[in-house]
Design a protein around this ligand. Structure first.
Ligand SMILES: Nc1ncnc2c1ncn2[C@@H]1O[C@H](COP(=O)(O)OP(=O)(O)O)[C@@H](O)[C@H]1O
Ligand SMILES: O=C(COP(=O)(O)O)[C@H](O)[C@H](O)COP(=O)(O)O
Length: 669
């Protein structure tokens, strides 16, 4: 504070548009205020009011100091509230972890550092980013950088987050636009003035980044802090898609590395505070113990490495305690304290990596896409379910590989007289399996497409891997090599009458087939369905059996198959879901009843190895979206910005698949 007040008071005495250059011209110290216009604007009102009260009451500096401290307290409270809003379940705990943190108290009130202002602005940036307010978030980052340039250290991490997050990439422009507006308008006018160049860009704080170095000979050095920072950035880039928790862990880790590899000013420790709070909320007691040790070592070392407060009120000038303590303490103590502090910071970095990153579902997803396998007979709803799941995750994040594209021949080949499509020998299952596994391993493939409208194949097209891979088809769970890699294995065992109803309606209206031809097709394929398709049911974790709520709706007199013309009547459906290896079925049943208003009957089957859930009733898509938020809140960030929840039993199947995917990700190691 002793540095900053003269700068602000000097401006009050001689207002100017360029306080920094004016300060230097008046012979002021270049270290007085190495901050940007936003920091200046943040503290000026408090100091100005304090100066006015000093003059009014004829005291020297009393209210000015109080005014300065009140601004710190205001922004400090702001950080507290932002953290409490984001982590509403931990409001009380955050008071202890943040507001009563030794680092907060020492840096903000004893040492009088001003970093709380840019830290508040950066925290606001991250919270609004998490709430998908990208424009506001960009503006907050611009303000943070215009308060203290070093906040730009967070910008590359945010840029990677926006780029890697396919659901945010299309709207990232609003973040960039408002960042440029805020930083450009507030910092650029001063960025090239002599004052800014000397006081902000060339100040000794920046030089600290280069103090830890390794000589490469001939006056060339390897700088550890920039090297480690770039290494973390690269590691984050390699993460693939990552969510807010990973972003917070990455930025926190980046800041911690700068602390560890530089003789950091005490103000820099402030930057890590919000991230240390988030880490402690996630890591629990072990995180609190580590952060407690880190804070204690900081508290033991800081008074000997940084000047204390000048408590003019009490006539205590402790601004030289560091000199006194250095002289009193054996030199090795300070180095041992520094070593301990660095060691605790490295341990924290490791724990933040382990808890915040490797323990994160997103991290597991980024190492390997989510693979869903959907098998079932023709017309059982595979494409419909695949499309519905794609609507949840967002088409930009999903790649669908259809078994139909691996038929050996097109519709007009004579071979179909000898084999049906359901016979594995009529399909290139090795290529189907190989291509899916290539995508799973992050390799692109080239794949042709079977056009059911024309009955012909298109030319092969490149297909890239993605966050979610859906392998659907008559034989999706047929090959062990493929089904063993599936995170979720689904079999659609639609009720025969309903399937016949849907298949006739589809093939007649969309595939140009005749009624008789379709009926003959169904009959002809039955032996192969029994031999090659239905046995896959045993390998599925989820078996969905859709049935007509009113069987009479689908008992067609053959001559009156559903026609394509006119409105499709909406068939009331009910669902039987066989759930194997599930941990969520009790919560699911409870929510489907309480939130979705469905009739649920649950029975344990297969000698206790599975649960059969019967679902009846109507449910709106909004209720299913709410149910997903309640049952798998952490999956929300994996979904599209506007997940397309379907109503009815299709939406219930979406929900169950999502829950099983969440369970599968959590079980990944
Ligand atoms: N959950 C569902 N609710 C209503 N209609 C469905 C549902 N699933 C499938 N259908 C209908 O059944 C027909 C066949 O579905 P489709 O997804 O093409 O099956 P597959 O891909 O297994 O051959 C389609 O006309 C589709 O509209
Ligand atoms: O049965 C299937 C699988 O498709 P689905 O599971 O989607 O019914 C064959 O692909 C079609 O019958 C052949 O195509 P087409 O009949 O168009 O020639």
């Amino acid at each position: 504070m002793a540095w900053f007040l003269p700068f602000l008071q000097g401006w009050l005495g001689h207002p100017t548009l360029d306080p920094w250059s004016a300060h230097l011209s008046a012979g002021g110290d270049a270290l007085s205020f190495p901050y940007g216009p936003v920091m200046f604007a943040a503290y000026l009102p408090g100091v100005a009011m304090g100066a006015g009260l000093d003059a009014l009451f004829g005291v020297e500096g009393l209210f000015t100091h109080i005014g300065f401290a009140c601004v710190t307290l205001l922004f400090d409270y702001g950080v507290l509230r932002l953290l409490q809003i984001r982590f509403a379940d931990f409001e009380q705990r955050i008071i202890w972890l943040y507001w009563l943190s030794p680092i907060t108290l020492y840096v903000g009130y004893w040492y009088g550092q001003t970093d709380i202002v840019p830290v508040f602005l950066l925290t606001a940036c991250l919270i609004t980013l998490n709430r998908l307010r990208l424009g506001r978030s960009g503006g907050w980052l611009g303000l943070a950088a215009a308060a203290k340039l070093s906040m730009l250290a967070a910008a590359p991490f945010i840029a990677i987050y926006l780029w890697k997050n396919k659901r945010l990439r299309p709207i990232a422009h609003s973040f960039i636009r408002y960042f440029v507006y805020a930083f450009g308008l507030l910092q650029l006018p001063w960025l090239f003035t002599e004052g800014t160049q000397v006081m902000m860009l060339a100040n000794r704080e920046m030089a600290k980044l280069y103090q830890m170095r390794l000589s490469m000979g001939e006056g060339i050095y390897l700088y550890w802090a920039p090297l480690a920072y770039l290494a973390i950035l690269y590691a984050v880039w390699r993460l693939g898609r990552f969510n807010f928790d990973l972003l917070a862990a990455a930025i926190g880790g980046g800041f911690m590395v700068l602390l560890v590899l530089t003789p950091a000013s005490v103000g820099w420790y402030y930057w890590t505070l919000p991230f240390l709070v988030i880490h402690q909320l996630r890591a629990g007691l072990t995180g609190m113990i580590l952060v407690g040790g880190f804070s204690l070592l900081f508290l033991l070392l800081a008074p000997a490495t940084s000047p204390g407060a000048n408590l003019a009120l009490l006539g205590w000038d402790l601004s030289h305690t560091d000199v006194t303590l250095r002289a009193a303490l054996p030199e090795r103590w300070l180095s041992l304290l520094q070593t301990g502090l660095t060691a605790s910071a490295l341990l924290l970095c490791w724990q933040m990596y382990r808890v915040g990153i490797t323990g994160n579902d997103y991290f597991r997803l980024s190492r390997q896409p989510l693979l869903l396998g959907i098998a079932g007979d023709s017309g059982s709803g595979k494409d419909s379910l695949a499309h519905a799941i794609g609507g949840l995750f967002g088409e930009a994040s999903v790649v669908n590989v259809s078994g139909d594209d691996y038929h050996l021949w097109d519709r007009y080949a004579p071979m179909w007289k000898a084999l049906t499509h359901l016979n594995p020998r009529a399909n290139n299952l090795m290529a189907f399996c190989g291509d899916v596994l290539k995508l799973l391993d992050g390799q692109p493939i080239r794949c042709r497409h079977y056009d059911h409208a024309s009955g012909r194949f298109t030319a092969p097209q490149p297909v890239a891997d993605n966050d979610v891979i859906i392998a659907s088809g008559l034989h999706a769970l047929y090959t062990p090599a493929l089904r063993q890699r599936c995170d979720v294995r689904i079999f659609l065992d639609m009720d025969a009458d309903l399937r016949r109803y849907f298949k006739i309606r589809r093939d007649v209206t969309q595939r140009g087939k005749g009624l008789e031809e379709t009926l003959a097709d169904i009959a002809r394929r039955e032996p192969d369905a029994a031999q090659y398709v239905r046995p896959q049911m045993a390998h599925a974790q989820l078996v969905f059996t859709l049935q007509a709520a009113r069987p009479e709706d689908v008992r067609l007199p053959e001559q009156s198959a559903p026609q394509g013309s006119g409105r499709r009547k909406k068939l009331p459906l009910k669902l039987r879901a066989l759930l194997r290896d599930t941990l969520y079925h009790e919560d699911l049943a409870r929510i489907l009843i309480a939130i979705c208003g469905l009739y649920i009957d649950v029975a344990v089957v297969e000698d206790g190895a599975a649960v059969e859930m019967r679902v009846e009733g109507d449910v709106e898509s909004e209720d299913l979206a709410l149910a997903a938020k309640m049952l798998a809140p952490h999956m929300e960030e994996m979904l599209s910005l506007w997940p397309n929840w379907q109503a009815g039993m299709a939406g219930v199947m979406q929900l169950i698949v999502l829950l099983h995917a969440a369970q599968a990700l959590a079980e990944r190691r």
